[in-house]
Design a protein around this ligand. Structure first.
Ligand code: CDP
Ligand code: MG
Length: 694
């Protein structure tokens, strides 16, 4: 629901037209050819490890052998053996993520320990590990497994472990030498996610310490589609860089002739322009987030019904349920065309076969730190040129293709050349807390790109306010801070969970925190909107969204036939199951920390009070003009239309999230009393006074 435009009815775009208006593209467009264009070179016989596994599907073995990377297998292994740190750069889809770990395993370079392969995104870790398990003819969780937050599909026999970068960072908190691994592959390094950036420093240090203490060596491989090679190599002790041959066909780039006022509308028109006028080939459309994509899927399906040739529409985003992934990789039958509406996960992490046309919206959803408020804001923003080129390249994987950019060439030229690393644009409190737990001070940490003093100071302030550190100067963790670091959560949520003991509402807080950590449990049925809203209303609480989430969870638990009743009530069954799983795991950590699972029953005031212990920095106050401002920054905000408090005017509201579209919205809200704020966070509200009336 991040982008308000997409909340309009699907017919908003279709109105009375059979299909949406046409976007005019420049014809004299640039041709994109990969700088490292290489001819195919597939060797005749390639013996992997010589072992024969009857479970290995023959088709997959053949596909594997056709990958450009297979030709350089022995050279690669030789370099991996020779170099303690190796940087591997290769065109997306050439086989880095799925093949290199297998090569290392087959050549027994990992000795008897594990190979870790990190991914910035959950969906990539899961999907790629499954693919590799298939190729190796094993069940997932055996030799090949994956670990993502709240889900661990590995066993003692696991040798190839695909995991999110965040999970490896958490493992480092328990063992800074990462002794379980003999090889660590930090994949998608160009994405520069916060956790990958922190892992650069942690892994580098672990390697050094292991070598100095005569422990078994750690091999480090940094992989990427593109990167600022010199910057990386210099940071990794002048590590050797290996370029892999890619296989890239020319891609024609078409830019919109005129600036487009609505990128969704333009993408929609372009999809149908391609579908109706261009030869066979699947379409990949880059959009920004789950809600926008789901809504667009609906619109394209509706409009697609009017076409003679079948158009199959699939969403692709990071938190998507895995069972929905399978069809995406299946080739289209003749006379059918696939259109995949994806976030930037399809830029480099996942390669989908059959794509010949790419539609680039030029936008991406990013988590951006707002220094003025000290909060991370989810924002739809313009991509960088580098990102746009990556998107373009997806059209030329199997044959020549076309990329439609729904923005002008001038607009492209005004985009920033590179994407700013996330570590330079996000709230650092969580990273800092985890580093402190590892005994590392973020101020002196070996970052590839060091965050600003201002950003580090802001994180220290936040941790101090939450009571996680003793003072801003010593930055020594308090006992509370040490406990907070154990939860795989934002420090504010960890604090709330730990406070729940004092408010006797741990059961309720566990539920609220788990529901906030899972994806949305409400289904926005675009075709049955009124009915869905009527169903959802049964769970609404006048106290706000947090208590509403609690009501939904209680109802879910009481359902006799959960799947069926979820569907009847327009609730997302899988997300609720996921929340249940998260809850179970958080409950275990609570018990390890001597927090009894107490309950406040109907007295939900306690829940809202407890939320204040971590979210007191996230309070908005009503103004005379009936608008809201945030207490600390005085920035204007609005209540998100998805909130149950939308259209009500409580004086003080506490929020979990800020979303920026054309306006700044707050969502996941609870009503709070002034007295409660002053009682629970008295120091804070002495400084940031309540009751300002602009
Ligand atoms: O990591 P890199 O981008 O170099 O490539 P990869 O992820 O290892 O993928 C290698 C090839 O496997 C690609 O050409 C994909 O099309 C294919 N693949 C697939 O067909 N199905 C999957 N589920 C995963 C990969
Ligand atoms: Mg990859």
């Amino acid at each position: 629901m991040a982008d308000m435009k997409v909340m309009a009815s699907p017919n908003h775009y279709l109105k009375n037209k059979k299909r949406p208006a046409v976007v005019n593209f420049h014809e004299n467009s640039t041709e994109f050819v990969s700088p490292k264009k290489q001819k195919r070179n597939i060797p005749g016989i390639i013996s992997a490890d010589g072992s024969v596994n009857a479970n290995r599907p023959m088709a997959l073995i053949q596909e594997r052998r056709k990958l450009p990377i297979f030709a350089v297998r022995s050279k690669l292994l030789e370099e991996i053996q020779k170099n303690p740190i190796l940087i591997v750069i290769g065109e997306t889809g050439c086989g880095k993520t799925t093949q290199i770990p297998q090569f290392i395993h087959e050549a027994k370079l990992a000795r008897n320990s594990m190979i870790a392969i990190t991914q910035p995104r959950r969906v990539a870790a899961v999907s790629l590990s499954k693919r590799v398990a298939n190729e190796m003819g094993v069940s997932i969780g055996e030799t090949v497994g994956y670990t993502i937050r709240f889900e661990d599909v590995t066993s003692p026999s696991t040798k190839l472990k695909y995991m999110t970068d965040g999970m490896l960072f958490r493992e480092a908190m328990l063992d800074e030498l990462l002794m379980r691994y003999s090889v660590i592959i930090l994949d998608e390094a160009h994405e520069r996610s916060v956790n990958t950036d922190v892992l650069f420093g942690i892994v580098k240090k672990a390697q050094k310490l292991r070598s100095e203490n005569s422990k078994p060596p750690l091999k480090v491989i940094i992989m990427s589609a593109t990167m600022d090679v010199d910057h990386f190599s210099k940071y990794f002790n002048n590590a050797k860089v290996l370029y892999l041959e890619g296989r890239q066909y020319p891609v024609k780039v078409l830019n919109a002739k005129q600036p487009q006022s609505d990128y969704l509308q333009s993408c929609l028109s372009t999809i149908f322009q391609i579908h109706l006028e261009e030869p066979a080939g699947d379409i990949l459309v880059f959009l920004t987030g789950q809600d926008e994509i789901e809504s667009m899927v609906h619109t394209v399906r509706l409009a697609g019904k009017e076409c003679k040739n079948v158009l199959r529409v699939f969403p692709l985003y990071s938190s998507m349920p895995m069972h929905m992934m399978e069809n995406i990789f299946r080739p289209s039958p003749p006379n059918e065309r696939k259109v995949i509406l994806s976030t930037n996960v399809a830029e480099t992490s996942l390669t989908i076969p059959g794509i010949k046309y790419v539609v680039d919206s030029g936008h991406v959803k990013a988590r951006v730190y707002q220094p003025s408020t000290g909060l991370d804001v989810l924002r739809v923003q313009k991509v960088s040129q580098e990102q746009s080129w990556q998107r373009t390249g997806r059209a030329g994987r199997e044959s020549a293709g076309t990329c439609y950019r729904v923005f002008t060439n001038e607009q492209f030229n005004s985009l920033p050349k590179f994407t700013t690393p996330e570590i330079l644009r996000c709230n650092l409190a969580s990273v800092m807390l985890q580093l402190l737990h590892l005994g590392i001070d973020a101020y002196s940490f070996d970052f590839m790109d060091k965050p600003s003093q201002e950003a580090l100071d802001a994180a220290v302030s936040q941790l101090k306010l939450l009571g996680a550190i003793e003072s801003k100067e010593t930055r020594k963790l308090t006992p509370l801070g040490s406990k907070m670091a154990q939860f795989p959560l934002d420090p504010r949520l960890s604090k709330i969970l730990l406070s729940s003991k004092a408010y006797n509402c741990t059961e309720e807080i566990l539920t609220v925190v788990s529901m906030l950590s899972a994806e949305s449990v409400f289904i926005n049925a675009l075709n049955n909107r009124d009915e869905a809203i009527a169903c959802h209303k049964k769970f609404f609480s006048s106290e706000g969204d947090h208590i509403t989430l609690l009501n939904v969870f209680h109802a879910f638990k009481s359902f006799k036939s959960q799947k069926k009743q979820c569907s009847e009530n327009y609730l997302n069954y899988r997300n609720l199951l996921f929340a249940t799983e998260i809850r179970k795991q958080l409950a275990q950590i609570c018990q390890q920390n001597d927090i009894p699972l107490s309950t406040c029953g109907q007295n939900t005031d306690m829940v809202r009070k407890c939320l204040v212990t971590g979210y007191f920095m996230n309070v908005a106050e009503l103004q005379r003009d009936k608008k809201y401002i945030m207490v600390e920054s005085k920035q204007r905000v609005r209540i998100h239309p998805s909130s149950v408090l939308h259209k009500t005017l409580p004086h003080y509201i506490l929020f979990s999230e800020v979303v920026q579209t054309s306006q700044c919205y707050i969502r996941q809200l609870s009503i709070v009393d002034e007295d409660v704020l002053n009682e629970i966070a008295s120091d804070y509200f002495r400084q940031h006074r309540l009751g300002s009336k602009d």
